[in-house]
Write a protein that binds this ligand. Structure first.
Ligand code: AMP
Length: 277
């Protein structure tokens, strides 16, 4: 496994190697969810590139960019264990020199859910992913369903800008109690960690109601809200049942519908979703 720190070297490697590249963009502090993407990439491509870049432009002014967890030696060991070929770790100065002035803005689907709470977030995400795609030129790029809106935004950008790659979406990897794995889970204190299981419980409740025939989206949202409110450490940010492509809120549940929620448990904002099909 080779570590690459400059854009020039990453482009040189791409120029010199023939064949399909699988690409796994990450912000590091890797867990089994990230590794699943790398494993799938390795199964489907002869060469796999992962990137580790805590992208400053997707953090708002009040969000803790400096405090985002980092552990590059541990990340490298994990990526090596699944036979990743190259790890691209550019600096912020390399990605955004002082003269930097170009942004990718995906309209509409970025205005709801996370986009409404975190203005500018998806402008940063779309821009950095477009830059990484141009540098790595992957055949396939792997993303987690865990960040459902991110998947919608990236797919839209790839389609609208006619980018020449396939977006592969991988299922959310969960802890035993159903909590979606996330680098941010490390911020949870032990009692908060236990309480965090309520997110997945509420999603399973939505799925059960839907399977039993409930189609009124507000009834499902209300029952999810009532379940979460029984957990004293949980503070609901939003609960949404939306069209899985436009992200428009639904009155009547029509598959595929994205049930997503953000709940604060202590400090961390925990995000999760399922798709009703
Ligand atoms: P991040 O490092 O948080 O930016 O995540 C990098 C990639 O890993 C994104 O495509 C995420 O959606 C994906 N990812 C993060 N957590 C999980 C998980 N629990 N299961 C599957 N994919 C995940």
């Amino acid at each position: 496994m080779k570590v690459i720190e400059t854009i020039a070297e990453m482009k040189k490697v791409r120029r010199e190697l023939q064949g399909d590249f699988g690409f796994v963009p990450t912000m590091g502090y890797l867990h089994d969810g990230h590794l699943d993407l790398a494993r799938r990439a390795k199964a489907e491509n002869p060469i796999v590139v992962a990137s580790i870049f805590v992208n400053p432009t997707q953090f708002g002014p009040k969000e803790d960019l400096a405090g985002y967890p980092r552990d590059i030696p541990h990340d490298l060991k994990m990526l090596e264990s699944v036979k990743t070929d190259f790890v691209f770790i550019p600096s912020a100065a390399e990605m955004y020199p002082p003269s930097y002035n170009t942004w990718v803005i995906v309209e509409k689907v970025t205005e709801r859910l996370e986009g409404a709470t975190r203005p500018g977030h998806f402008k940063g995400v779309a821009t950095v992913v477009a830059k990484l795609f141009n540098i790595v030129q992957p055949t396939r790029s792997y993303f987690g369903q865990k960040d459902a809106q991110q998947v919608v935004v990236i797919k839209k950008m790839v389609a609208d800008l006619n980018m020449n790659l396939e977006v592969v979406v991988c299922p959310t990897v969960r802890e035993e109690d159903g909590l979606a794995m996330s680098s941010r889970n490390t911020y949870l204190k032990p009692d908060e960690r236990k309480a965090a299981a309520v997110l997945y419980q509420s999603l399973k409740l939505a799925e059960r109601l839907y399977t039993e025939g409930e189609r009124n989206a507000e009834t499902i949202r209300r029952k999810m809200r009532e379940l979460i409110q029984k957990q004293p450490l949980a503070n609901i940010d939003y609960i949404s049942i939306a069209d899985n492509e436009t992200l428009e809120e639904l009155n009547i549940v029509k598959p595929p519908a994205l049930v997503s929620l953000v709940v604060k448990i202590g400090k961390p904002r925990l995000l999760d979703n399922i798709v009703l099909t």
